[in-house]
Design a protein around this ligand. Structure first.
Ligand code: NAD
Length: 259
């Protein structure tokens, strides 16, 4: 299927590794020019070079923290008028809610709720004027079924989801869609870091904890960043203009519900 977005431009936030990288690669494979953001310039340059080599598209690197005003300004300076925006940032740390004061809550809300809404605000009027826009927010399966240890994530992402639910209905008549992708367990650095923390707490070898976590998945495996990226590229495609305000769970069936 031709996704009909060749020659479009996408901002992909937090995209040098993991799920963001999967999205950037899938969009690049569709011929989309990529404005690639991540904090650390080394991995960012590596991923950008791989995208240029594999997909032959232009990739502009913006090394910046998307959770800061300066970081978002740098991204928007590189690309004020994207056709596609993929919102992403690192997830908040796990823990017990008694450990979280104002600073922890502000950081989680800043990265996983406020920052994506400010980027949406910055680019959406241009999308409306040009009568085409695709916004995808990487949130979490925790929005559908909260993880007790990830309370900061459960709370902040629910806020973004509520905001998007309303806004998506206001802009769809102008050709602009906004959807959320809800990852379950995908094999990324973040997942491995969480499993390593749990393994240490249980005094278990990391590899054994990884095997156990994999076996506990309904699908018997973790998701891949390529599978995740493909779903993102579809939602960003010209074909997906009638899909908006949706929360697509990518968890290999882990959430046990009819709907
Ligand atoms: P990852 O650690 O593998 O990759 C994170 C990427 O984001 C890196 O490129 C890093 O440089 C970049 N990054 C982090 N914070 C940034 C910031 N403030 N500004 C710019 N770049 C930043 O993580 P991942 O597993 O790909 O997770 C991506 C998002 O999806 C996170 O919010 C995570 O909580 C969420 N999530 C992941 C899973 C999973 O199984 N991997 C499940 C549910 C939710």
């Amino acid at each position: 299927m031709d996704f009909g977005i060749r020659g479009r431009t996408a901002i992909v936030c937090a995209g040098s590794k993991g799920l963001g990288k999967g999205c950037a690669a899938a969009l690049a494979a569709e011929g989309v020019r990529i404005v690639l953001n991540a904090r650390d310039p080394g991995p960012l340059a590596e991923t950008a070079a791989a995208l240029r080599r594999d997909a032959g598209v232009e990739v502009i690197e913006v090394a910046a923290d998307v959770g800061t005003a300066a970081g978002r300004a740098a991204i928007l300076a590189a690309c004020p008028d994207p056709d596609i925006l993929v919102n992403n940032a690192g997830g908040p740390p796990p823990g017990d809610f008694r450990e979280w004061g104002e600073a922890e809550w502000h950081a989680a809300l800043q990265n996983n709720m406020v920052s994506p809404t400010l980027l949406i605000r910055a680019v959406i009027d241009g999308m409306i004027r040009r009568r085409f826009g695709r916004i995808v927010n990487i949130t979490s399966a925790a929005v559908k079924a909260p993880y007790p240890a990830l309370g900061l994530s459960n709370g902040a992402r629910a806020g973004l989801t509520g905001f998007v639910a309303g806004l998506s209905r206001q802009v769809v008549r102008h050709g602009v869609t906004i959807n959320n992708l809800l990852p379950g367990s995908h094999d990324t650095d973040r997942l491995r870091a969480i499993i390593a923390r749990e393994a240490a707490a249980k005094k278990m070898p990391f590899e054994a904890a990884l095997d156990q976590a994999r076996a506990e998945e309904v699908a018997g495996r973790f998701g891949t960043i390529e599978e995740f990226g493909a779903a993102c590229a579809y939602l960003c495609s010209a074909k997906a203009g009638f899909i908006t305000g949706q929360n697509l769970l990518l968890d290999g069936g882990y959430y046990h519900g009819t709907l």
